[in-house]
Design a binder for this molecule. Sequence first.
Ligand SMILES: [Zn+2]
Length: 437
Amino acid sequence: MSATATPVGAQAPQYVFVDHLSAPAALSSPVESGAATVRSGINAGSLERDVRVLAAPEMRGRLRATDDNARARLYLIDRLRGAGMAPLFDGSYEQATYAERADAAGGRSDAPGARHGTNVGAIFRAEDAAAEWIALVAHYDHLGVLNGAVHAGADDNASSVALVLAIADSLGRSRPRLRRHVVVLFPDAEEPPDIRTDRMGSSWFWRHPPLPATRLHLAIVLDLMGGRASPEMAAAGLANALFVLGAEASRELADLTRALPPTDGVVPVFLSLPMIEAMPYVPHRRFARSDYHGLREHLGRPFVFLSTGRTETYHTARDTPDTLDYAKLARVTAWVAGLAAQAADTGGALPWRDFVADPVADARSLLRMSAAVETSARFGWPLRRALAADRRTVEALLRRWEAGEAPTSESYRTLQLASTRLQAAQWRPSGWYFARW
Ligand SMILES: [Zn+2]
């Protein structure tokens, strides 16, 4: 745990500012043969097929606690068994999850309430049973049928599930000797209204892990991995961007993710987590975006969150298999396989602390991402003007910080809100309300 407790009340989170991402990167780490095998064993042919099954109209959006969700789960278990992955939970690929009840003192009780969801998990074991473990995490549930329209959830999150299945296939085929166990986890109940609560399937998992929590070396959490880049990102040279969040938590974690050998057609863009967790008008809260929520709150073990970002189809009925960029998904899968294998086979302990940010790295990434917003034909002029003003503000902040001035909570909050507006604009380019506060 960090020395800074979780903020309560109206206090803004106090971040410790670091240079783990902005300092010159460590040299590329040598690739172990096991890691190289996992990476070269990826068969991209399964990616589109898996997305098309999971996001088919008959799956009806895989809503938690429905028959549709159960059908998706059977498919996953079948795929994991076929890949040669062992069941994770006492001989079963399934873990029932429960809605935990608060006890009388306001704390949490482990006494199960009603059955809430079902996680799916499998493991590729290292030789040493007591070895540490890494986890690849991609939620499989989605929004189901809303107002009569199937929300298929192709990008959210069949894309990441397919990616992890491709890595499972590679592990099962090549059976490398790795120093650490590799767990693949498909949590249930990630979507609203469960997101950021203990009802999340992943929150239950992190509180009831099948392997010792203290032996968790790294979790790699994936959400939205198959979307096409926005025109603004493409114009800024970031059509192949892969956002890497959370690596700022320690020098060792930053080095692991930054020293990976380059993958053709993948441009890692590093951001501190607070850059995607701020909302206007709610300065005292941070909004976890995916299955790392419970891990961060309950376990405090190292993790990174990977995403290619929200697109215009996010959480709409238009998030269908034909909108995805499968060639990019294949390239990104190779990158993630490289990271997973490297984490499973090399390096010592990865220290981790909460409430950390690298403002200089964040400002640099934000300026790269917003390089083409002023010429975007999608944005109306008020939004373009607001984004351009943000850009000038971020440039000025970066100049001051690079000149040695220390970032403050206030100046970093300004950066976070500029980041929030840019993300909101790309998700709702017509100028949705919170893109124009
Ligand atoms: Zn979602």
